[in-house]
Write a protein that binds this ligand. Structure first.
Ligand SMILES: [Ca+2]
Length: 341
């Protein structure tokens, strides 16, 4: 993986990288930086010119060395969105970012999101962007809402492993799924990992790689120039022609959320006939073996709805039986009274 890091470094300078090792199997891939989907200093015209490739939203500000999505001030939100839709099939987005602020651990928030979505420039509650989005969201969540709520209610979470924050997670939505902010997106999470990304003196990077319908997220946050696996999900079908963007929000707690660069690489890979068939175009995001919505219930033997229906109809049957019983009993009593007189 170290060779890969060096490869990316060179790619940043030359624009083209020769060979890239992907996971365990060495697969040959050409990597080519796409300027129209990249945001690199000097950020020419961003926030000033309407012909710029990137557009600012909310409190986002362009500085010389970075774009500040939010300052370390309460209740701010900001975003920067690519104006050009991306029609590449296989790509890799390298995000160079910095999160820093005055707040002590867990007294900071809320983090930022990286988007590949149908719509752009839509403010909302999901890290400053629209909920029920259509596409892919990758969240660098620096505040554990769920854990803090449970602490307040003096309850311990009983539904799974506790996640340690800051936490990187990902979600794919076809517009019908909502991000559960109070649970840090746990019900809709496809995958994630802990990532200590705050107040570091070295550079921090996140990579989203989308090759042959496989979504992987890698991190280089330890200052060792090494990529660490975070998420790896096959069978993620994303339509082409969506927009890249990053957004951030602060609430009662805050942080500086800075984007130093966004570099999008086109990846050229060879596909077999079978892979071509499998990777055919989609018009809405789809994840294999997962129903949208209702991701959280697909793994269980009986879904909540099925259980509800069984209980509901059992109760209806019971009430029905009781009513029939009462009617029959009354008839029988009437009959016996008639017999008596
Ligand atoms: Ca959170």
């Amino acid at each position: 993986m170290a060779a890969e890091g060096a490869c990316w470094g060179e790619a940043g300078l030359l624009g083209v990288c020769l060979v890239l090792f992907w996971g365990a199997k060495a697969e040959q891939m050409d990597e080519h930086l796409k300027r129209e989907h990249s945001l690199i200093t000097p950020y020419q015209g961003v926030g000033l010119s309407s012909s710029s490739l990137w557009e600012l939203m909310g409190n986002a500000m362009v500085m010389t060395q970075f774009i500040r999505l939010t300052p370390d001030i309460q209740s701010k939100q900001g975003a920067v969105w690519n104006r050009v839709p991306c029609y590449l099939r296989d790509w890799e987005m390298q995000v160079h970012f910095k999160i820093h602020g005055q707040g002590k651990k867990n007294l900071n928030g809320d983090g930022f999101a990286i988007w590949y979505t149908k719509e752009r420039m839509q403010p909302g509650p999901v890290f400053g962007s629209k909920d029920n989005f259509i596409g892919l969201g990758v969240f660098v969540d620096t505040y554990p809402n769920e854990e803090k709520q449970q602490e307040a209610q003096k309850k311990r979470y009983s539904g799974g492993n506790q996640r340690i924050f800051p936490y990187v997670s990902t979600m794919v939505s076809n517009g019908s799924l909502a991000y559960d902010h109070d649970r840090d997106g746990r019900p809709t999470e496809l995958g994630g990992c802990t990532a200590m990304v705050r107040n570091l003196n070295h550079d921090t990077f996140l990579v989203i790689r989308y090759v042959k319908r496989r979504l992987t997220i890698l991190l280089d946050i330890d200052g060792k120039h090494e990529w660490r696996d975070c998420v790896d999900i096959p069978g993620v079908h994303l339509p082409r022609g969506y927009y890249f963007g990053v957004s951030s929000v602060t609430g009662d707690l805050s942080d500086n959320h800075d984007i130093i660069s966004l570099k999008l690489y086109q990846l050229t890979v060879e596909r077999t006939m079978e892979e071509e068939k499998r990777d055919k175009e989609v018009f809405l995001p789809v994840v294999d073996n997962m129903k949208l919505p209702g991701l959280e219930t697909t793994m269980e033997p009986m879904s909540g709805l099925a259980l509800f229906l069984i209980v509901f109809f059992s109760l209806v049957a019971l009430v029905f039986a009781i009513v029939i019983g009462i009617i029959v009993y009354n008839k029988w009593q009437e009959q016996s009274r008639k017999h008596f007189y």
